[in-house]
Design a protein around this ligand. Structure first.
Ligand code: GTP
Ligand code: MG
Length: 333
């Protein structure tokens, strides 16, 4: 039921044996455990939504039912346009007599929400050696944290060797923070002198990965410069430097979006995706917000798949995104 790390990544050959396989639990139990944890992380959004669903889909259906359901979904940040589309469809099917009863309606709502969250290829292809992943996003959206967590999972779940590049050279603290994550994750780390050119740090990181035969390079970038234009120009430059070294790289450009910033986060994501070619979204901080519906709407609104979600501050609090699983965890009481 829960999407596993192996389902997210495209890898040549067999998946290397990792510590993951040595646990006591059967795979099915592990999946169930992960789903329970996801539900728990999304508790705030689910509580708000589930009570409204009980009060609408499980009662006599009327115009008010659909209005109230719309309001609840918009409150959870599913977005006005997306919500209208989903609720209209559900209403049509309910009045047409195709489905009836609270449970069936909730099941159908879950399906419709999952459908809108599906867009494009939501895999991360790791077949290039090394694979270069660039992580971008507005300041404080969770770039550095995501880089650290992703590196740890790549090592632990897939047995990959990883090198992190500290291309956020704007702040000394940013470099130190990434170094700490590299140590926690047990992966390689490359930095330049304070104020170094971010492109040259990216260059050095890839060069080291090639020397060491590392599988994956992850480049952390700055979230704030003097102006937004400077930031976009810098990102574009880092990308150019990377593709001079490896023409197909970066193979993946992930954009972090802070789920607690709701529709504002969506606007920022749109600006970024217009400036650089974003291949996947990482929705962070889904724990502790009642607005987790944004994860379902954002892919639909931007046409970019959500690939990962952040559900906490610890190493293990990053997971592959799977629309049906997520919609279920969000909607079903
Ligand atoms: N609860 C929660 N906190 C998170 C999550 N991801 C990141 N954070 C927190 O968000 C804050 C900012 O995270 P960073 O990784 O430093 O964000 P950043 O985008 O690198 O920030 P800048 O480098 O300043 O642009 C930190 O306090 C993280 O612990 C998450 O999924 N859940
Ligand atoms: Mg950072």
């Amino acid at each position: 039921m829960a999407r596993e790390w192996n389902d997210l990544f495209i890898i040549d050959g067999a998946v290397p044996a990792t510590s993951e396989g040595t646990g006591q639990d059967a795979p099915e139990e592990r999946r169930m455990g992960r789903f329970r944890r996801l539900r728990e992380s999304l508790r705030k959004t689910r509580q708000a939504l589930a009570s409204e669903i009980q009060a609408t889909l499980f009662e006599d259906l009327s115009d008010e039912t659909w209005e109230r359901l719309e309001e609840a979904l918009i409150y959870a940040d599913v977005g006005a346009r997306t919500t209208a589309q989903v609720v209209e469809q559900l209403e049509r099917e309910a009045t047409g007599g195709e489905i009836s009863g609270g449970e069936a309606l909730t099941e159908r709502l879950t399906e419709l929400l999952a459908e809108i969250a599906r867009t494009g290829d939501d895999h991360i292809d790791l077949r290039a050696n090394p694979t270069v992943i660039l992580v971008a996003g507005v300041n404080l959206t969770g770039k550095t944290t995501t880089v650290g967590k992703l590196a740890w999972h790549l090592r632990k779940e897939l047995g990959r060797t990883v090198v992190l590049g500290a291309a956020d050279t704007f702040r000394a603290a940013g470099v130190e923070q990434l170094e700490l994550w590299a140590r926690r994750a047990g992966v390689g780390f490359v930095k330049g002198p304070t104020g170094a050119d971010p492109g040259s740090v990216a260059y050095d990181t890839i060069a080291q990965a090639r020397r060491d035969g590392a599988d994956v390079v992850i480049i952390d970038t700055a979230g704030r410069l003097h102006t937004q234009d400077d930031l976009m120009a810098e990102l574009a430059k880092v990308r150019r430097v990377i593709s001079k070294q490896i023409p197909e790289a970066p193979h993946e450009t992930l954009l972090t979006v802070d789920a607690t910033t709701g529709q504002n986060g969506l606007r920022q994501a749109r600006l970024f995706s217009e400036a650089v070619d974003v291949s996947g979204l990482v929705l962070t901080k889904l724990d502790g917000t009642a607005k987790g519906g944004i994860a379902l709407a954002i892919a639909h609104e931007l046409g970019i798949p959500v690939k990962l979600i952040g559900v906490g501050e610890k190493l293990e609090d990053l997971r592959p995104f799977e629309p049906s699983e997520f919609a279920r965890a969000l909607v079903q009481a």
